[in-house]
Design a protein around this ligand. Structure first.
Ligand code: PEP
Ligand code: MG
Length: 572
């Protein structure tokens, strides 16, 4: 039967394909007494053999599709599977305690995991993760339960998951992933941002998709309307194929604007920049006519791996981005870890409210070695293009001054050792915390630029977790409260002759763009895939008219009223 699930439109486009559920399998079992130990040990060995054969296939797939470093993970797992000490201990438990293999396996591997986890050595801690993974796989075979492996996907699919982390997506074979849909998340959760940068349609926050569908169900992910159609009729599929074609046609029309400047109908030049997460994204930025990089989220360089990137590795990444952008400006944001972004190799104490805890600049000011290494890499790369450095999550002037002082110290150290550094690096901050927006007129005296991070600014202003779809109705970019904060930032910057940009998702939102043009925003930074559409829209807007529109919006009472106003006056 065909059904429709509602979610949040996270990345435009229509994807049609078979469902591939990426969910935790149910591996619960009972501890049972056995009578025939030999038979039980045979059963254990069949499961071990099956797990080995799985892993070999996965390893070969990973090698062919994802490269050697991803394949190495599975080599480590194969080693665990052949460890005679570990296997011997499981067999011993089956024989002496007369228990089933499931319970002997779990007891033994739990012991190993807890010993390794307590070691003060990152390498050993990783082995604990390997043992956990392998134990899960053997258990699944003992129980006859299937474990999905994202790196094994070899046909066009739609990924269905509770949520997708950056490391999940690192394992996905992008060639075959047509779209994805998740239970949790909102427009600004990182899974949604990733979908936009990969240019694949996505619907997040469906609440129940993982339990509503089976593997192999036919799905249509409608990334425009935020709907997932499960097993649609053939007429409906035809309609979606038509929509898919129209969307592609519209994209082709926007593509004609690739090399044009971004100018309003009354001749005001604005800058359309792109948000990126890795040097590989530059290709899409240039393909979509990006005039600059307005936000390079460097944390992804730290996340998709099992140890800190060295200064040289970071230097290479930053240099590549600057060089590929050929003199166009690049805003690099220093490490923004914490909240929902964790580093597997950096053990941080658990916090009750991670989004309000040691995140971003707070972490960098505490872990200064980490911060100084990144700053040195950036400063060394600065001579290869036009670099702007931006600190995330600044709440006070003191934080900015501390971060800037460290940056200048590292610059001086490099210069003292005869290493060249550009003398034309702008230093700015993200405005993501209401205190900073309210005090923008003062901060503008100290910084070179502001970039408004509305994903967090809205989260912190409305006190609504950006990851929680139950409060996603409070993600209200058009709420006059948010518009007033945005105005404070832009006016504060302009009063000091500085520029103000926006790199939160609001910057690429077609309903927000007329308001932002009216409020005088100088730079709009968005996923590369949104740039051409935004350029086309801005071409048809008159800034003076938008100023009047924004003034009206600022004096309204609710987000709903603002949306109605914008729709009416701009024919959206
Ligand atoms: C933001 O908060 O708006 C932003 C751009 O940063 P991130 O989404 O990476 O937190
Ligand atoms: Mg942010």
């Amino acid at each position: 039967m065909s059904t429709i699930l509602k979610g949040i439109a996270a990345s435009s486009g229509i994807a049609i394909g078979k469902a591939f559920r990426l969910v935790e399998p149910d591996l619960s079992f009972e501890k049972i007494a056995i009578s025939d130990a030999d038979e039980e040990i045979n059963r254990l060995h069949s499961a071990l053999d099956a797990a080995k054969s799985d892993l070999k296939t996965i390893r070969d797939h990973a090698m062919a599709n994802l490269g050697e470093d991803k394949a190495a993970i599975f080599d480590a797992h194969l080693l665990v599977l052949s460890d005679p000490e570990l296997i011997g201990e499981i067999e011993g438990k089956v024989r002496t305690n007369k228990v089933n293999s499931e319970s002997a396996l779990k007891e033994t591997t739990d012991q190993y995991v807890s010993i390794f986890e307590q070691m003060d050595n990152e390498y050993m801690k990783e082995r604990a993760a390997d043992i956990k993974d392998v134990s899960k796989r053997i258990l699944a075979h003992l129980l006859g339960v299937q474990i999905q492996s994202p790196s094994m996907v070899a046909e066009e699919v739609i990924i269905v998951a509770e949520d997708l982390t950056p490391s999940d997506t690192a394992q996905l074979n992008k060639q075959f992933v047509r779209g994805f849909t998740t239970n949790i998340g909102g427009r600004t959760s990182h899974s949604a941002i990733m979908a936009r940068s990969l240019e694949i349609p996505a619907v997040v926050g469906t609440k129940t998709i993982t339990s509503s569908i089976q593997d192999g169900d036919l799905l249509v992910v409608d990334g425009m309307n935020g709907e997932v159609h499960v097993n649609p009729t053939s007429e409906a599929v035809q309609k979606f194929e038509e929509m898919q074609k129209n969307y592609e046609q519209q994209k082709a029309e926007w593509a004609l604007l690739k090399n044009e400047a971004t100018v309003t109908s009354d001749g005001v030049h604005l800058e359309l920049a792109a948000n990126i997460g890795s040097p590989n994204d530059i290709e899409a930025v240039l393909k979509n006519g990006g005039e600059a990089v307005g936000l390079y989220r460097t944390e992804f360089l730290f996340m998709e791996r099992d140890q800190l990137p060295s200064e040289d590795e970071q230097f290479e990444a930053y240099k590549t981005v600057l060089e590929k952008m050929e003199g166009r400006s690049v805003v690099v944001r220093t490490l923004d870890i914490g909240g929902d972004k964790k580093l597997p190799y950096l053990q941080l104490p658990d916090e009750l409210n991670p989004f309000l805890g040691i995140r971003a600049i707070r972490l960098c000011l505490e872990e200064q070695d980490l911060f100084r290494t990144q700053l040195r890499a950036l400063l060394r790369a600065s001579i290869y293009g036009k670099l702007r450095i931006m600190f995330p999550m600044i709440a006070t002037l003191d934080e900015f001054q501390s971060a800037k002082k460290i940056l200048l110290e590292e610059k001086q150290n490099l210069l003292n050792s005869g290493i060249k550094v550009s003398d034309d690096i702008e230093i700015g901050i993200m405005v993501e915390i209401p205190s900073t927006a309210v005090l923008a007129d003062q901060l503008a005296k100290e910084v070179d630029f502001f970039s408004i991070g509305t994903n967090d600014l809205i989260q912190y202003t409305m006190a609504a977790d950006r990851m929680n779809e139950r409060v996603s109705y409070l993600y209200q970019p058009y709420n006059p409260a948010i518009l007033r904060l945005v105005k404070m930032v832009i006016d504060g910057a302009h009063a000091q002759g500085k520029w103000a940009g926006m790199c939160g998702e609001m910057a690429g939102d077609e309903l927000a763009i007329p308001l932002l043009v009216g409020l005088g925003l100088d730079e709009f930074s968005m996923s590369a895939s949104s740039i051409l559409k935004a350029r086309n829209q801005i071409k048809h807007l008159d800034q003076k008219e938008m100023k009047v529109l924004a003034e009206k919006a600022l004096s309204m009472q609710t987000a709903g009223q603002v949306v109605e106003l914008v729709k009416k006056e701009t024919e959206l």
